[in-house]
Design a protein around this ligand. Structure first.
Ligand SMILES: [Zn+2]
Length: 75
């Protein structure tokens, strides 16, 4: 029994769709320039709960969360 107290450990990077992970912003940005993904983040509608990156579509994020909170009511 040992208490492991390592500082600066890696956080758990949970991806909800590993099969598309190569298309996620967090992965793309390691291969391409920001200019290449501007069209994907130009009008963000989702934010990644992993890295807080925003993207137009949920398919570009590991853990997408809709930016449009439940406040959209007509009337
Ligand atoms: Zn991912």
């Amino acid at each position: 029994m040992a208490t492991e107290g390592q500082a600066g450990g890696h956080g758990d990077h949970v991806c909800e769709s590993m099969e598309n992970h190569h298309n996620h912003i967090c992965q793309l940005i390691t291969k391409v320039t920001a200019g290449e993904i501007i069209d994907m983040v130009d009008l963000p509608g989702f934010i990644c709960e992993n890295c807080a990156r925003a993207a137009n579509s949920a398919e570009y994020l590991c853990r997408p969360r809709s930016l449009a909170e439940s406040g959209e009511q007509e009337g």
